[in-house]
Design a protein around this ligand. Sequence first.
Ligand code: UDP
Ligand code: XDX
Length: 324
Amino acid sequence: MRPDARAWFSGRTSTVRSAADVDVGALLHAKRRGGHRVSVVLPARDEEATVAGLVSDLVERWVHRVPLVDEVLVVDSDSTDRTAERARAAGAEVVAAADVLAAHGSRPGKGEALWKSLAATTGDLLVFLDADLLGDVSHYVPGLLAPLLADQQVGYVKGCYTRPLEVGGHSTPAGGGRVTELTARPLLNALWPELAGFVQPLGGEYAGRRSALEQVPFLSGYGVEVGLLVDLLGLLGLGRLAQVDLGVRRHTSQDQEALGRMAGQVVSAVLSRSAAGSAGAGGLLTQFRSDGGGFVPVSTPVAVDERPPMVTVPEYRAGRAGVV
Ligand SMILES: O=c1ccn([C@@H]2O[C@H](COP(=O)(O)OP(=O)(O)O)[C@@H](O)[C@H]2O)c(=O)[nH]1
Ligand SMILES: O=C(O)[C@@H](COP(=O)(O)O)O[C@H]1O[C@H](CO)[C@@H](O)[C@H](O)[C@H]1O
């Protein structure tokens, strides 16, 4: 690791691996002293199996029992199951991504849901959690908020963790984060070595100041995390980024073909931010399925599609944004 990345890794990595590591009094004091309002956002597409447990635990612990969180929003990202119904019953506010800033249309993808969440929330501090997390993650929100509440200079915090791999009901203690290890990390180390200290650059759990998040574009699909990391590096500088070791992260994993498409979006995102640029890039990923009688090509668009910084949206600036 380069000296700047190593210094960052040593100086800007904190640890909150369980509720025992959370200093609730200090967090509440810092929140009150700073006059902060906290929004937690869960982007969710077809997460009926997990979203309600996550939301009910979050609401009970960090809204009702300890007033650390002011708003819990599930952004329903074109779900076809009972995600919205179950999230609402568990105590979350729920909006359909398509309903937010409807005049700007609706695009598929996780990043689209996250971009629209900026217009559907009111907190100056935002925390993002995937809606397919498994196990006890109740310390994630305070862990992610702590660096922001402790240091006004910190603008963005990524969670990091070990990542068991659970595919088809079989679990191994490591091996998760396949796109991270096989695509994102090698690319980031090659193109932005100052980011080499981030343990989980693609992790879906992170927090930031609205004043920063509203200044950068949001890639519409799975390129959103790598896009935010590179763009916020440019906006804030490495010294204003941080990470927190949250212990272990378990989630429902996708199959290799799906992760291949995710990797394609991550590569497109990286190319769009690198000097190589994406000019001439086909923007199409062709994978192959074997049907026993030969190979069947399956092509998927992975070209970059992004939304502009939210501050450029007139309805947002006028304060009229939200569900229309
Ligand atoms: O079009 C999409 C795709 C994903 N997601 C959500 O984004 C999070 C991460 O997505 P996924 O679980 O598919 O990625 P993985 O964790 O497998 O990398 C989950 O809460 C998904 O429900 C979303 O809101 N819209
Ligand atoms: O980190 C990764 O390699 C991928 C896939 O993780 P797994 O191999 O399914 O554990 O998961 C992340 O990547 C996505 C793209 O950035 C994020 O949107 C997900 O939240 C995150 O789980």
